[in-house]
Design a protein around this ligand. Structure first.
Ligand code: MN3
Length: 200
């Protein structure tokens, strides 16, 4: 079955004032849709059309060489944005709970985690993502360029923040640090906790 853009699960304006409705609409309906269209086109005739997205990007070596860059960029884009929509929600919990909360405590606390994630996002030159991944029994922070996913490296994402300019430019222009700081107001800690548990 061809890959499809998932529904947001909330209105475009649900994350205002932190993320504006126009940015959400363009990001979901145009940017994510383009990754899906291009991914499906690249997969056509490869026999890999029915693989789950994480299975596909977790082993790019099996993708024919002439399609590999397109599948990496657009498959990563599809996987990353699908996660991103799930990891945001209006009016969610303000801090992690359960086993993720324990992992955050072992990491050094929520403020330290936010600082490291924001720092990784600010330092990512050009376009990319800042991540929290499950690492053994704990968590780790890293960033990736372009649409690369931790899944390509055998790692399990718990949280991911899009730091491409298209994610924040209308509201924040060049102020990526302000966008990152505001992003924590819309984080869906319940979804992050589920991803942490599922990766264990
Ligand atoms: Mn994006």
């Amino acid at each position: 079955m061809a890959h499809t853009v998932p529904d947001l699960g909330y209105a475009f304006d649900a994350l205002e004032p932190h993320i504006d409705a126009r940015t959400m609409e363009i990001h979901h309906d145009k940017h994510h849709a383009a990754y899906v269209t291009n991914l499906n086109a690249a997969l056509e005739g490869t026999g890999l059309e029915d693989l789950a997205i994480d299975e596909l990007i977790g082993d790019l070596d099996r993708v024919p060489e002439d399609k590999r860059t397109a599948v990496r960029n657009n498959g990563g884009g599809h996987a990353n944005h699908t996660l991103f929509w799930e990891l945001m929600a209006p009016g969610g919990a303000t801090e992690p709970t359960g086993s993720l909360a324990a992992a955050v405590t072992r990491f050094g606390g929520l403020d330290k985690l936010k600082t490291e994630v924001n720092d990784a996002g600010v330092k990512r030159f050009g376009s990319g993502w800042s991540w929290v991944v499950r690492d053994g029994s704990g968590i780790a922070v890293l960033s990736t360029p372009n649409q690369d996913s931790p899944v390509m490296d055998g790692k399990s994402p718990v949280l991911g923040i899009d730091v491409w300019e298209h994610a924040y430019y209308l509201n924040y222009q060049n102020r990526r640090p302000d966008y990152l700081a505001a992003w924590w107001n819309v984080v869906n800690w319940d979804a992050a906790g589920e991803k942490f548990d599922a990766a264990g």
